[in-house]
Design a protein around this ligand. Sequence first.
Ligand code: FES
Length: 66
Amino acid sequence: MQPDEKTLARLKPGCICKGIRLIRLIEAIENGADTYEKIARATGIGGGSCKGRRCGEKVAQLLKKL
Ligand code: FES
């Protein structure tokens, strides 16, 4: 991942429901979390009003990419 992408990820939402930025998801993956459940445990995403639908899609994209 490019440094620019990480800078942007500090501003972009990761889990809109919980107000958690995208960078937190990236850091969790870099620290070894390789499933939605592990990333959710590490970051506190999920369990919002969308029941993880929106952040689940982001996690799936990140896991493919990283
Ligand atoms: S965006 Fe994460 S629970 Fe809704």
